[in-house]
Design a protein around this ligand. Structure first.
Ligand code: NAP
Length: 439
């Protein structure tokens, strides 16, 4: 393709039920990471003043939404789930275009949004409190669930529909109103979601969307005294910053942050099964998942056959535009991500032995996107940087160890510990791992 010839569409904030421009009168572009000549659209460069308007709208809608019976709120969530299901293919294709994950995974991302909307719709009829016996005579003791108020929702780009739904659906069914700030890499996905929310019948002001930079829009949400709860998913660095600022204001805070996830492969493992699991985990979503396996901790006795399988299978992965059903691995999200991955590959060359990949993929049409070769290092030490730091790209560090004890120590030697897994045929070892792995 050539550079987008027609003027790309401009999208707006959604505040108090209206699509409106930013007070900044500035926009930013979202481009297809598989082909950066393709401009998805222009989006509002939000400001603190825009956030203030969105909060005001959310506060105004609050009393009405809070008084709406929870089962009735649930019905709107249900209508949203139905609409999302009806538009699933359109949403998935838009997601792949904007952030690159292959279409099968994008369908899964949309499906996760649908599933949480159905689950939380049901919660509208299940929002139980407790009644407990009081130790005092003639006293009644019970608890009920109350909304907090306005929820600030700040989300990353790697699950651009699932994560906003995971955050917004529980907040909304329990009677909170929402100010939603999506990643600047996926404003179109967020806009499509909010369009469907409006169509589903969420009243004006209950859901408000403000796009724009984390440092401006995100900070304004975190700092506002009128937002009582923040739900954030993203990098640990941003999470720490938000925790400090929100903590100073004693806000309620939910943080879902980074990972450096390990797969342990023991001597008795089914190596074909392990290879399937590792490939999907390391290179699916181009390694850009919080739960991506970026460390394989393997018993030395099976190191060679496992590496052989991994190298063969990873070499055969097809890179390309995720909209092609034959593509296995899409692009990285942006140029900055490609630079970051390349810099970790430089570190890896010092720390381990490069088995496969190690560079940007630029053959043919790939040259127009942010593609990176699936990369494997062997001989990595558990404390090496590529064994410790989140790379968030298709780079796998293989760490050889001896036996279960060393594997468990290596697995636990991380400050992340978000997810882990083990391949063994011994059920007792599997249960020891459930006990021992700090995940
Ligand atoms: P990020 O750079 O931390 O950004 C996440 C969100 O925070 C974006 O909307 C970003 O806005 C915003 N932000 C940036 N600076 C901010 C600030 N000072 N105040 C408030 N908000 C701010 O993370 P990302 O690159 O989008 O996402 C990848 C990370 O998310 C990885 O570390 C991954 O492990 C993690 N993740 C975790 C989970 C989990 O469940 N644990 C799930 C998925 C992803 P801009 O886009 O405008 O900068």
């Amino acid at each position: 393709m050539t550079e987008t010839a027609v003027e790309p569409p401009t999208f707006h904030h959604f505040i108090a039920g209206e699509w409106c421009p930013s007070t900044s009168a500035r926009t930013f572009e979202s481009r297809n990471p598989a082909d950066t000549r393709d401009v998805v659209g222009r989006f509002q460069q939000g400001t603190a003043a825009d956030v203030a308007m969105a909060i005001k709208a959310a506060e105004t809608a609050g009393p009405m939404w809070r008084r709406t019976p929870a089962p009735k709120r649930g019905e709107i969530l249900y209508a949203f789930a139905e609409l999302m299901a009806r538009h699933k293919e359109r949403l998935a294709r838009a997601m792949t275009r904007e952030m690159g994950k292959v279409i099968a995974e994008a369908r899964g991302d949309v499906q996760e949004g649908i599933d949480i909307a159905y689950l939380m719709a049901g919660e509208g009829r299940r929002m139980f409190g407790d009644t407990v016996p009081s130790e005092l005579p003639d006293k009644w003791a019970m608890s009920i669930r109350q909304p907090i108020g306005v929820a600030g929702i700040i989300t990353p780009w790697n699950f651009p529909m699932a994560i906003p739904c995971w955050k917004m659906m529980p907040a909304l069914v329990t009677g909170n109103t929402v100010v939603f700030k999506p990643s600047s890499d996926t404003p179109h996905c967020a806009t499509l979601l909010v369009e469907i929310m409006a169509e589903a019948g969420f009243p004006p002001g209950v859901v408000n969307l403000v796009t724009g930079a984390g440092a401006e829009v995100g900070d304004a949400i975190v700092d506002s005294p009128d937002i009582g709860v923040i739900s954030f998913t993203g990098s640990s660095a941003t999470g720490k910053r938000i925790a400090a600022r929100a903590g100073a204001k004693l806000k309620r805070l939910s943080l879902e942050l980074g990972g450096k996830n390990g797969v342990v492969v023991l001597a008795d493992a089914d190596l074909d099964l392990a290879t399937d699991g590792i490939l999907w985990s390391a290179f699916g979503t181009t390694g850009q998942r919080c739960t991506a396996a970026s460390r394989v901790i393997v018993d030395r006795t099976v190191l060679a056959p496992l590496l052989d399988r991994l190298e063969r299978r990873a070499r055969a992965l097809t890179l390309g535009d995720g909209l092609a059903e034959t593509t296995d691995v899409g692009p990285l999200i942006n140029a900055g991500a490609a630079d970051k991955v390349a810099s970790y590959v430089d570190v890896g060359r010092e720390e381990g032995e490069l088995i496969l990949g190690g560079g940007r993929a630029t053959d043919g049409d790939l040259a127009h996107g942010h593609f990176f070769q699936p990369t494997i290092f062997s001989g990595v030490g558990a404390m090496d940087r590529i064994g410790q730091e989140e790379i968030f790209g298709p780079v796998l560090a293989v760490i050889p160890v001896e036996g279960y004890g060393e594997a468990m120590l290596a697995l636990n030697q991380t400050r992340y510990g978000l997810s882990s897994s083990i391949f063994t045929r011994d059920v007792n070892t599997a249960f020891r791992a459930m006990r021992d792995f700090e995940t």
